[in-house]
Ligand binder design. Structure first.
Ligand code: ARG
Length: 460
């Protein structure tokens, strides 16, 4: 017979084209363990309400356990006739319990069920993603720890700007990931609301206990409004935003690794296990992990946009459009679960070419700001100091030499304020050591930052 949950008022079965459009079990089957957990909580509430006898509750819970084991082993599978995960599991229950299985649906609708299942699934899996984010942040932090004093050319506009420490650059990525982790924790607080008990949209005339169900399922509270409970998908859109932004951070990190591993930069060499070759060019070593991290971010952003667009015109409460919330958010979680371990492995095994970084740090006149700051300390207004230093850079560029190689006479010709003592500030190490204020790139503040970062990561 049909396993449909809604046949009574219909003369015939659904058209083939409708059934094919409607079916979601191929992607919502992964909600099965959460649907079963919610069913257990609901069965207990029905028993407390006197709607299931103690014996019936016992048989119901045993059947749910048996069904869960059968799902886990693959012995119970959804069929093409099961419209969705809820339909499939009710069929499994009926197969085990006969008519008693039909009692569980009292006071419950797929509308509150699916909202509950999805919250449970996402809260669970968001914790997994957060753990993987911590692992990547740990990998970056361990590399940073080795390079608290390693100079590198700091960039703006992808042009050499001022020397930085490479550890500081790596920790900048960690700071972004720490914000992502904070956002996930914050999201979880708002997602910890249980819709079960809202029914289709109006609550129930049966004496259910939404507060008890919420507690049993690990939620912080029961939904305060049954219409909102089934109509709200903020928790999907918000998580998609948090994951998409994390994806953007991974993409920017990926882009830097792609640059760093080019021969033009040569700052980093990837471990063979985390790099790929070419089918035609035997010499190639490509950073495909970094590129996939960058490329897959498009899926996360697309998922966020598709869910927001799906929601924007919907009247309250539940509309079938909402079935479209699942694939994008599942894909976002799956994508990060793939990308994050690969990135973490790539980062923790990469070799940083300190020699290349040291050589590159002063290139492109990155110490020009030191000259201007030195002039300021001699009492020259910064505006004039900037102008004088600009002329010095132009002269050095014309001579094809470094700033410290400009002769005493040439210095004086650029400006009488440029005495030979200016050369004292023309070292990368000196420029870095001079940056002592909190949050600066000098080895001192970077060591302090490292302690704070490690401390925050340890708390996860
Ligand atoms: N499969 C649906 C979804 O994922 C839940 C079913 C609600 N269907 C309905 N006709 N009220 O959103």
């Amino acid at each position: 017979g049909s396993t449909r949950l809604w046949g009574g008022r219909f003369a015939g079965g659904p058209a083939e084209a409708l059934a094919r459009l409607s079916v979601s079990v191929q992607f919502d089957w992964r909600l099965a363990p959460y649907d079963l957990a919610a069913s257990r909580a609901h069965a207990r509430v029905l028993a407390r309400a006197g709607l299931l006898s103690a014996d019936e509750l016992g048989r119901m819970l045993a059947a749910l356990d048996d069904l869960e084991a059968a799902c886990a082993s693959g012995e119970f599978r959804p069929t093409v006739d099961d419209e969705d995960v809820h339909t499939a599991l009710e069929r499994g229950l009926l197969e085990r319990l006969g008519t008693l299985g039909g009692k569980l649906r009292a006071g419950r609708s797929r509308n509150d069920q699916v909202a509950t299942d999805l919250r449970l699934y996402l809260r669970d899996h968001a914790r997994g993603v957060a753990a993987r984010l911590v692992e990547l942040a740990d990998a970056l932090t361990e590399q940073a720890e080795r390079h608290v004093e390693t100079p590198a050319p700091g960039m703006t506009h992808l042009q050499h700007a001022q020397p930085v420490t490479f550890g500081h650059q790596l920790l900048a990525h960690v700071q972004a990931l720490l914000r992502d982790l904070d956002r996930m924790r914050d999201w979880d607080r708002r997602a910890a609301v249980s819709p079960l008990g809202a029914g289709a949209l109006a609550g129930s005339s049966l004496p259910l206990d939404p507060v008890q169900v919420a507690q049993e399922l690990g939620f912080e509270q029961a939904a305060p409004n049954s219409i909102d409970a089934v109509g709200d998908r903020d928790f999907v859109a918000e998580l998609l935003f948090v994951l998409a932004l994390a994806g953007v951070h991974l993409s920017r990190l990926g882009e830097e690794v792609v640059l760093w591993t080019t021969p033009e930069f040569g700052w980093v060499e990837l471990d063979d296990g985390f790099a790929t070759g070419s089918s035609i060019m035997p010499q190639k070593k490509n950073s495909d992990i970094a590129e996939l991290a960058r490329g897959k971010t498009g899926r996360l952003i697309g998922g966020l946009v598709s869910v927001l667009t799906m929601l924007k015109g919907l009247p309250l409460a539940y509309d079938r459009d909402m079935q479209e919330d699942k694939e994008p958010v599942f894909d976002a979680v799956d994508t990060l679960e793939l990308v994050l371990p690969a990135l973490a492995g790539m980062i923790s095994t990469m070799t940083v070419r300190v020699d290349r970084l040291v050589a590159a740090a002063p290139q492109g006149y990155t110490l020009a700001t030191e000259v201007a700051d030195w002039l300021v300390r001699q009492g020259v207004p910064f505006r004039d100091a900037h102008e004088i230093t600009g002329r010095l850079v132009a002269l050095a560029a014309a001579r094809e030499c470094a700033l410290e190689e400009v002769s005493d006479d040439d210095l004086a010709a650029v400006s009488p304020r440029l005495t030979p003592e200016v050369r004292e500030v023309l070292s990368v190490r000196g420029a870095l050591a001079a940056r002592r204020t909190p949050g600066s790139t000098g080895p001192g503040p970077v060591a302090d930052q490292l302690v704070t970062v490690q401390d925050r990561l340890d708390q996860w």
